[in-house]
Design a protein around this ligand. Structure first.
Ligand code: KIV
Length: 271
């Protein structure tokens, strides 16, 4: 029987075991209680309370505006809805880049006020000190390399990263630094598949990809994108498993029609 089927509560150790056995890790984002309850009941391994909440929940253009208090609100709601999955929460922009003390106090607030099991941070060598400090407080850290949306204004575009050798070499070096600092896993976003595969081979910790091909140890997608709630975002790596936008649109149209025609509520639907 697979590690995934056997386990009642996913921990960072379970993910390490899955990598050892060559069993792929499934991860999706969630930002609220109701969605978290549904996806947790499917047996998903990891739920990421991503700062993509800034885009899909709050309607901002980038992930930069979301605050620590807002992330805590989303994460606490997700934790209340999920029993089995490992819950990882993004440290939002501006709450860890200053120094390692600031990073630690942000991570502590997330752990104390949400009940989540780990935090995620974007960056490589520049966040090493913060990763070590957060880990020294017993808080597991997931890294995030490649396309790092919190740095969008530095890069200027969301195109594929690390296509050139120098950037690719730096990414491999950063992945090793994060592993050495103690990260339990790394997300690689929008980089060439062969490079992502190389990283997954060269580090012992699980490597989870989004737009990073199939040679890695697991995959993550933004829930609203894979369910087809969002329509305008269509990168090559995104597989839409449903068109929920259409379903919701149809249901609401039907409801309006029923109200206007006095078909709702019926005799059976009143007291
Ligand atoms: O915020 C997020 O949803 C993420 C994923 C894209 C990995 O960081």
């Amino acid at each position: 029987m697979s590690v995934h089927q056997n386990i009642k509560k996913v921990t960072t150790h379970v993910l390490a075991e899955m990598k050892l056995r060559g069993e792929k890790i499934s991860m999706l984002t969630a930002y609220d209680f109701s969605m978290a309850r549904i996806i947790d009941s499917t047996g998903i391994d990891v739920i990421l309370v991503g700062d993509s909440a800034s885009n899909v929940m709050a309607g901002h253009e980038t992930t930069l505006p979301i605050t620590l208090n807002e992330m805590i609100y989303h994460a606490a709601s997700v934790v209340r809805g999920a029993k089995r999955a490992l819950i990882v929460v993004d440290l939002p922009f501006g709450t860890y880049q200053g120094n390692s003390k600031e990073a630690l106090s942000s991570a502590i607030r997330i752990m104390k006020e949400t009940g989540a099991a780990a935090v995620k941070m974007e960056g490589g060598s520049e966040i090493k000190e913060s990763v070590v400090r957060i880990l020294s407080a017993g808080i597991p850290v997931m890294g995030h390399l490649g396309l790092t949306p919190q740095s969008i204004h530095k890069f200027g575009t969301y195109i594929v990263r690390a296509k050139e050798d120098t950037e690719a070499d730096k990414l491999i070096e950063d992945a090793k630094i994060l592993e050495e600092a103690g990260c339990f896993a790394i997300v690689l976003e929008k980089i060439p598949a062969n490079l992502a595969g190389k990283v997954a081979k060269e580090v012992k910790i699980p490597v989870i990809g989004i737009g990073a091909g199939n040679q890695v140890d697991g995959q993550v997608l933004v829930l609203h994108d894979m369910l087809g709630i969002t329509q305008e975002f269509s990168p090559r790596f995104l597989r839409r498993y449903h068109n929920l936008h259409l379903e919701i649109f149809g249901a609401v149209k039907h409801y309006i029609e029923d109200v206007k025609n006095c078909d709702f509520p019926s005799d059976k639907e009143q007291y």
